[in-house]
Write a protein that binds this ligand. Structure first.
Ligand code: ADP
Length: 266
């Protein structure tokens, strides 16, 4: 992967972080957060030092997905600065705006406030040494995306989409946002989520509920790697709700799917 040359002012941030990867999707509900959480856990399982920033300011879901909804990060003084200590769970260092706001109150923030909060979670946190720092972006294209691009030197972006035509159309827009001349962030690849459904009682049957291989075809057309195809499986959804990501169980088919994805990312 061609690593982008960071601008001097952003290069100094996170000096001990080797790769910063943004995870985005054109549309909401395609499983971007599910993929981010499981990819983070799978990378940690492979032995890498992993951080995950939930930048989905308006719908933070990582505290629930990691079962740390009650966590309230402490501050520690490092070289004269008060830094936020990320919460650690399943081998992943985690920060989310969800740790700082009441989850029952919709976060109604002006764009500037949200951007500033995010910048603090990046720059004023003690992320330490990381091999992979994943940033789970909000869906679509927004000020938050610009903030991230301007705040950290991204190694690249991963775009998550279902195989469905409407999701793919939005994924194209997302790809364009990163690859345009102003932003110029390389796309590391696409992840096709909800690729097919297989009922437990009919393990040979695949039902292409959202269409067949849409993201695969898009990756071929755009000459981008397809990093993984993740089926629709009840345990993935349940793992999200219970805060125990399926990637923790490397014996399971789903755990293996996310480990394979992680191996394609490294
Ligand atoms: P996004 O971050 O794109 O909005 P989420 O990760 O919140 O999407 O996923 C939306 C819903 O779909 C959640 O309820 C999640 O548990 C479920 N989900 C995501 N991927 C899968 C999958 N591969 N199989 C089953 N359920 C999934």
């Amino acid at each position: 992967v061609a690593v982008q040359k960071p601008r001097p002012e952003v290069a100094k941030l996170l000096p001990d972080v080797k790769n910063v990867i943004a995870i985005s999707s054109g549309k909401g509900g395609v499983g971007k957060s599910t993929v981010s959480a499981n990819l983070a856990v799978a990378l940690a399982k492979l032995g890498y030092k992993v951080g995950l920033l939930d930048a989905d300011i308006f719908g933070p879901s990582m505290p629930k997905m990691f079962q740390v909804e009650d966590a309230r990060p402490f501050l520690e003084r490092v070289e004269g600065r008060d830094l936020i200590i990320p919460v650690e769970k399943y081998g992943v260092k985690l920060l989310s705006i969800g740790f700082f706001v009441n989850p029952d109150q919709a976060t109604v923030w002006r764009g500037g406030m949200a951007s500033n909060a995010l910048k603090q979670l990046i720059a004023d946190a003690n992320w330490g040494e990381l091999d992979y720092f994943l940033i789970d972006l909000p869906p679509g294209t927004s000020d938050i995306h610009l903030t991230i691009v301007q705040t950290v030197a991204l190694t690249g972006a991963i775009v998550v989409s279902t195989p469905q035509a409407v999701a793919l159309a939005d994924a194209r827009k997302g790809i364009d946002m990163f690859t345009n001349d102003k932003v110029n962030v390389p796309i590391l690849g696409l992840v096709e989520n909800m690729s097919w459904f297989t009922p437990a009682e009919l393990p040979e049957n695949k039902y292409y509920i959202f269409g067949k291989e849409g993201a695969k075809l898009l990756s071929e057309e755009m000459n981008l790697p397809l990093l993984g195809q993740i089926p629709i499986v009840q345990s993935i959804c349940e793992g999200g709700d219970s805060g125990v990501p399926v990637a923790l169980n490397e014996e399971s088919i789903t755990g293996q799917a996310f480990l394979a994805l992680a191996e394609n990312v490294v």
